[in-house]
Design a protein around this ligand. Structure first.
Ligand code: C5J
Length: 226
C-alpha cells in the first residue's frame, strides 16, 4: 500500500488497483473560442492546471498504472445531446454550432480533442461522454472492471461540474477516490474551493483531496508502508 497525506485523513491505495481519470482536458474547455468561452467564462483560469496534470499523468505512466482520459462531446447529428442541454441559457454559440475550432463540443472536431500538452498515448483509454458524469452512457464501468481497479485518482476540469459529478458517480459504485487539488480547475475559484470542501467533508463522504506533491512523495517511497 501507498499512503498519501490527504484531507480529511491519510488516503491509502494498493498500487496494483489504482487508475487515473483525467476529466475533459479538451480545447473546448481550455482554449479561447470553445464551449467554455461561449458560456461566458475566462478560460485562462484553467491554464495553471495544465502542467500539474501533465506531471500527474507522467507519474502514472512511469509506474505503468492505467490512465483514462475523458472527453465531453456529442455525435455530429446531436442524437446524444438532449435538447435541454443544447437549448440551455444564452451562450454565444450552442453545442453543434460552427466555431473557430470546428463545431462546438462535437466528436471528431478539433475543439473536442484533448489539448496537445496532454495527448493520450497509444494504449491509454479515451472515454467519450455525452454527460457531465463519465459513467453515464459510456463503457467506463466495464473498463474499470476489466482493469480490476478499486482506487481512482482524479484530475481535470471543471472541478465542480464534470470532475465532481464523476467522483460522485464513482463513489456510489464503490470506488475509493482521491482528487489532486492542484490538478483540477474551475472558471470559478470559489466553486473549486467549495467542491474540495464538499468532497472531503463528513469523513471523506465523496473522497480524499491532496496536492500532487503528496502523491508523489508517497509513491517515491516517503509514505509507503509496504
Ligand atoms: C462543463 C465539464 N463544465 N467538463 N463540463 O460543462 O466540467
Amino acid at each position: 500500500m501507498f499512503t498519501v497525506k490527504a484531507a480529511p485523513f491519510d488516503y491509502s491505495f494498493p498500487p496494483d488497483k489504482v487508475a487515473l481519470i483525467v476529466i475533459d482536458m479538451q480545447r473546448d474547455f481550455v482554449e479561447p473560442g470553445g464551449f467554455g468561452e461561449t458560456l461566458g467564462n475566462d478560460v485562462s483560469l484553467l491554464t495553471p492546471v495544465i502542467p500539474v496534470v501533465a506531471d500527474l499523468i507522467a507519474l502514472f505512466r512511469k509506474n505503468n498504472w492505467p490512465v483514462i482520459h475523458t472527453r465531453e462531446n456529442h455525435a455530429p447529428d446531436l442524437s446524444d445531446c438532449p435538447p435541454a442541454k443544447r437549448d440551455r441559457g444564452n451562450p454565444a454559440l450552442r453545442i453543434g454550432d460552427d466555431g473557430p475550432m470546428g463545431r462546438i463540443l462535437i466528436r471528431g472536431e478539433p475543439g473536442a480533442d484533448i489539448i496537445d500538452a496532454l495527448k493520450p498515448l497509444p494504449g491509454e483509454y479515451v472515454v467519450d461522454k455525452p454527460g457531465k458524469g463519465a459513467f453515464y452512457a459510456t463503457d467506463l464501468s466495464s473498463i474499470l472492471k476489466d482493469l480490476d481497479v478499486t482506487h481512482l485518482v482524479f484530475a481535470g476540469v471543471t472541478t465542480e461540474v464534470c470532475v465532481q459529478t464523476t467522483m460522485r458517480e464513482a463513489n456510489d459504485r464503490g470506488f475509493t477516490n482521491l482528487l489532486i487539488a492542484d490538478a483540477t480547475g474551475s472558471y470559478f475559484p470559489a466553486f473549486k474551493e467549495a467542491t474540495i470542501a464538499m468532497i472531503a467533508a463528513q469523513g471523506a463522504i465523496v473522497g480524499w483531496v491532496a496536492p500532487l506533491s503528496a502523491l508523489a512523495e508517497a509513491v517515491s517511497g516517503g509514505k509507503s508502508d509496504g
